[in-house]
Unconditional design. Structure first.
Length: 304
């Protein structure tokens, strides 16, 4: 069975700058993939190529078996997008935006879309430019959720929303994946939100995916280990160093086997499990050789 989303050595250049560099990923039916990375890592560019908004320089991206560029009207009707920088004209009314979206999606639920907007006191006659940043994001996210799409591509979908609205939105996304089998790729800097709904995680840096794996498996296999100042750190043969602090007193180890994750090392003073935030920081701020992290962890992820 082919993956719902398949990215094959995808690259995109802007002049002399390579924004996305040889990215390969697969996402299956009903999976929620958290796409993480610092600003400028290439997340938005990757999502824009998947949505068919921009062409790749090299490589290919396929959704539901169809190449995403040049864009296909049939495929466009099966993808829902909230992409940073892509908004309706400022003079559009909320009702017009919903009606336009419904015209491109056969399964669009207009009744639900209107109800979700009105539940946040967004009137159908309100002008787009008059909405706050958070309410704009809510309208766009609602249009995605009501489209009956097979794939949702979401770039900071909760940007500007308050805590309650963020929780509601992400709860609906998880429900969409569970009940409808919708495949979702969502990028956000609010890691605590993504940790509640993500199945898998992909961390990008400098245009490349430097870690890809099942989130629960990564929690089980990665440990943050602190050593005494006098210790000579020795890494076991069944583990990979994915991060090391500046003073070389704390390392993050990805073990090949879960059974080995609690075996103490010489000179160790503390051992901690990781959440999504600590895993993210280990990769983006403390790793020494990202090219090695990518190779080793992608190999490990494939065996999870």
């Amino acid at each position: 069975m082919n993956p719902t989303v398949e990215i094959i050595k995808l690259s995109r250049d802007f002049g002399k700058r390579r924004a996305v560099d040889q990215v390969s990923l697969q996402v299956d039916d009903g999976q929620v993939l958290a796409l993480l990375g610092p600003n400028g890592a290439g997340k938005t560019t990757l999502l824009r190529m998947l949505a068919g908004f921009i062409s790749p320089t090299d490589g290919d991206a396929r959704i539901l078996g169809k190449t995403t560029f040049p864009p296909s009207p049939v495929l466009a009707g099966r993808i829902g997008c909230v992409i940073d920088g892509m908004e309706p004209p400022g003079g559009s009314k909320v009702g017009q935006i919903i009606k336009l979206k419904a015209s491109t999606c056969i399964a669009f639920d207009s009744v639900k879309a209107k109800r979700l907007c009105e539940s946040h006191r967004i009137g159908l006659k309100q002008c787009w430019r008059a909405l706050s940043k958070g309410l704009k994001r809510w309208v766009l996210a609602v249009c995605c959720l009501c489209a009956g799409a097979d794939v949702l591509l979401l770039d900071e979908p909760a940007d500007g929303l308050d805590t309650s609205a963020r929780s509601e939105l992400y709860g609906m996304l998880r429900e969409e994946a569970n009940e409808q089998g919708t495949t979702i790729i969502v990028a956000s800097h609010i890691l605590s939100d993504l940790e509640k709904i993500a199945d898998d995680v992909a961390i990008m840096q400098c245009g490349q995916v430097v870690l890809r794996g099942n989130l629960e498996e990564l929690r089980e296999r990665v440990r943050e280990i602190e050593f005494s100042a006098e210790a000579s750190i020795s890494v076991p043969p069944d583990a990979t160093v994915i991060g090391r602090d500046n003073e070389n007193r704390v390392i993050w180890l990805a073990y090949d086997h879960v059974i080995d994750t609690e075996i103490p090392l010489p000179g160790e003073t503390q051992r901690r499990t990781v959440n999504l935030e600590s895993l993210y920081l280990a990769i983006t701020q403390h790793h020494e050789k990202p090219e090695l992290v990518e190779v080793n962890l992608l190999e490990s992820a494939s065996s999870f």
